[in-house]
Design a binder for this molecule. Structure first.
Ligand SMILES: [Zn+2]
Length: 407
């Protein structure tokens, strides 16, 4: 399977300049390609084939005065940028025709200079790893990398990114063999708790660490500061950078913590069942904000690919199960419970339930039942979806597991 490994990169001023040019060229080629397809579509012509599009917006464009500067960057960067466009189109078409499951995908959009994330992607002929630990990128140079962990094999591609906080990252794709954990009998159901981040069916409650909560509070404060600054002022620009930096810090901490917790759960359990929240459907409820803030879907994505990588079973349980209303001891449906009800007593069997733990137990039971049915019917397991973003890098000195599969 393929995994991603992310490392912080420190380009020198001249290299930053070259990277900025490469980001720009990749964006222009992407946008030119998108425009060409849109114009062909508007003119009633057939879909421009990938190879024809490359000839048009890369090979032929380089010979024009307007686009001659495309020759200043590695052609690998331009070709990969067009590949990204093809993938975006394919995902969109597959989503329209129903070939692709999950939320509907929008058609590709134009990239902007103002996008918070700029990137280029290079395949093996556009980069290499030097013996001195530097990362050579064609027409950019040898970049200094902070190697926070070893790569298990030679990477097949790398994406170099600049984020909103002005930091640079290299994200390597590496082919690795599955790494099966020793088998265990334990299984777990996980519920998105109201009071805790996640609640396990064995009664364990996982609260987000104080460090993360404090960073989140600081982010809120900085955002408030920003909103009070006059539009277009220097102070507003400064405040915006502060917000972007804190945002990045919170995202990093949260991701590292998600990695730590998800690895632990996958290591300790042979099967992991979670409630499928279909986060987009929750957008209208008051839970929405906390769901998004807590990064539940990113966490569940980690559980899923780690389960695949380490030989564990993973599945999502449909929302049709009213997990908080059913007694996990006797199975009776006890009726709706307002969000304020933290604890309740089953009217049938008298068991006293913690709302969240009871829900997690129901998820475990539903997951087991589904799995038995699936075994009987030989239902094919859904493939692990490839997250769009890479995992980032662990903090210095931390050994959090990093890596996201790409399919
Ligand atoms: Zn009961």
């Amino acid at each position: 399977m393929q995994l991603r490994y992310n490392f912080r990169v420190y380009p020198e001023p001249a290299q930053r300049h070259a990277l900025a040019r490469a980001f720009g060229c990749a964006r222009v080629v992407f946008n030119d390609g998108l425009r060409a397809r849109q114009e062909a579509h508007a003119a009633g012509l057939s879909y421009v084939k990938d190879t024809d599009l490359q000839k048009q917006v890369v090979t032929a464009a380089k010979r024009t005065d307007e686009r001659a500067w495309l020759g200043e960057v590695s052609s690998v960067v331009l070709v990969q940028s067009l590949r990204d466009l093809h993938t975006a189109y394919r995902n969109f078409f597959n989503s329209v025709t129903g070939k692709r499951k999950g939320p509907k995908i929008a058609p590709p959009r134009f990239k902007s200079k103002r996008d918070s994330r700029q990137s280029i992607r290079l395949t093996a002929n556009g980069f290499s790893l030097r013996d001195n630990g530097r990362l050579y990128v064609a027409k950019v140079g040898d970049l200094r990398v902070r190697w926070s962990r070893r790569l298990p094999a030679v990477p097949t591609s790398v994406t170099v990114t600049m984020d909103a906080a002005g930091r640079y990252w290299a994200s390597f794709v590496v082919d690795t063999d599955p790494d099966f954990f020793p088998e265990t009998a334990a299984e777990t159901g996980i519920d998105l708790g109201l009071s805790a981040f996640a609640v396990l069916s064995d009664g364990q409650k996982i609260a987000s660490p104080r460090l993360l909560r404090r960073a989140e509070r600081k982010l809120k404060r900085l955002q408030k500061d920003l909103s009070r600054k006059a539009k277009g002022s220097k102070n507003r620009a400064k405040a915006r950078i502060k917000v972007a930096r804190q945002h990045a810090r919170v995202a990093d901490r949260r991701r590292d913590w998600h990695h730590k917790e998800s690895t632990k759960i996958v290591r300790e359990n042979q099967a992991v069942y979670v409630e499928d929240l279909a986060v987009s459907g929750l957008a209208r409820t008051r839970l929405a904000r906390s769901v998004h803030d807590a990064g539940w879907s990113a966490f569940v994505g980690m559980l899923e690919y780690k389960a695949a990588r380490h030989g564990r079973y993973f599945s999502r349980i449909g929302r049709f199960e009213p997990t908080s209303q059913v007694c996990s001891a006797c199975g009776i449906k006890d009726g709706p419970k307002p969000l304020s009800v933290r604890e309740w007593t089953c009217q049938e069997c008298g068991t006293v339930h913690d709302r969240d733990i009871n829900a997690a137990r129901n998820i475990l039971a539903a997951g087991r039942a589904d799995r038995l049915n699936a075994c009987g019917a030989k239902v094919r397991r859904a493939p692990v979806p490839a997250p769009r973003r890479e995992a980032g890098s662990p903090q210095k000195g931390q050994t959090a597991q990093v890596g996201i599969p790409v399919l």
